[in-house]
Design a protein around this ligand. Structure first.
Ligand SMILES: [Zn+2]
Length: 341
């Protein structure tokens, strides 16, 4: 017996459509610039980024993270929706990425580590690359104590780094300088900032390098952050103060990193900061306590760094993202399609 009214039928059909909706893909970028050496493969060239944005505008429906959050909560994510995000807050997000995003009318969210805003110091991963993978000459031997452990590397016969430019950390190491870079990244990553930075100072002294960021690797200043949000196409989100692995911190230190970053950024841009991204973003780099701390700090949503799609039922505080490399357009479409599988 047919008991459904027309309205019931329409509502059931809409519900089915929503359940089978392919969901939104959130893209994760870090930098848009040409780099000679990019061992973490985090930079997309301006030409490729332009090509990628053109394809996104043509083949998908670009929406802001704020709008996605509202859609996920309603359980009604638009078909083929794509959100563009950036982590860390590099200067090229303003100087290179923003004009390209504007040209294609694509909104974006830039997650900023507030401690680096206007600061002089390089991110530790960039300084390790500058020391070990650049063409600078290094002393033949490095002895360094990290925690209770002593480490020694010999670079005899390999004191220049000319052959490291095209190498990435996703490939096997072929030089001792590459091995030292990978090992020191692994050893410094879990350390809190106040233990990490003295080691960077020690390494800089050993290599006769400056701890300052190179002009090509600068974070945005406060004034540049205001320029970034000017026009309303780009939003700023929080990414902690100094980019720790939050899972390694006490609950109170996690809450300080999360809350103070929000407060500092809101003071700088004079706008609410409603979204957050977990540094490193893998499932092991934060905990459920971290998620609770982000929610308690008053954020609307948070982004992770593992693949998937945002759809009905997705935790708005653990939105999956697709980490984008320096891919040609067809590869981007392939990877975005794969994230939806
Ligand atoms: Zn980051």
């Amino acid at each position: 017996m047919l008991t459904l009214t027309l309205d019931n039928l329409r509502s059931k059909a809409l519900g089915l459509l929503r359940q089978t909706s392919p969901g939104a893909r959130v893209l994760l970028y870090h930098r848009v610039t040409d780099l000679t050496c990019d061992p973490q493969l985090l930079s997309v060239s301006p030409k490729r980024f332009d090509e990628q944005m053109q394809l996104i505008a043509r083949s998908y429906q670009p929406i802001s993270l704020r709008y996605l959050w509202a859609c996920v909560r309603r359980g009604d994510v638009p078909h083929r929706a794509v959100v563009v995000t950036f982590d860390d807050g590099y200067e090229d997000n303003l100087t290179i990425a923003k004009p390209i995003l504007e040209r294609h009318g694509i909104p974006a969210t830039v997650f900023v580590a507030s401690g680096s805003v206007g600061g002089d110091r390089a991110f530790y991963w960039d300084k390790l690359e500058d020391i070990f993978l650049s063409d600078r000459m290094l002393p033949e031997e490095l002895n360094i104590t990290i925690g209770q452990e002593q480490y020694r590397w010999s670079f005899a016969g390999e004191t220049d780094g000319y052959h490291n430019a095209g190498w990435s950390a996703l490939s096997p190491t072929t030089t001792r300088r590459q091995a030292a870079y990978v090992s020191l990244c692994d050893k410094l990553r879990p350390l809190p900032y106040d233990r990490q930075q003295p080691l960077i100072n020690e390494l800089c002294q050993w290599a006769s390098a400056s701890p300052s960021a190179r002009p090509t690797h600068r974070a945005m200043t406060a004034e540049q952050l205001r320029q970034l949000v000017d026009g309303g196409l780009i939003e700023v989100g929080a990414h902690t103060i100094d980019h720790p692995i939050l899972a390694k911190l006490t609950d109170s230190e996690q809450r300080r990193q999360i809350r103070q970053c929000k407060d500092d950024l809101e003071r700088i841009i004079d706008q609410p900061v409603q979204s957050f991204s977990y540094p490193y973003g893998t499932r092991s780099s934060y905990t459920l306590d971290t998620v609770a701390a982000v929610r308690d700090a008053g954020f609307d949503c948070a982004c992770s760094n593992f693949p998937g799609k945002g759809r009905r039922g997705t935790d708005p505080f653990q939105l999956p993202r697709v980490l984008v490399r320096d891919w040609a357009g067809d590869r981007l479409l392939q990877e975005v399609g794969r994230a939806a599988a």
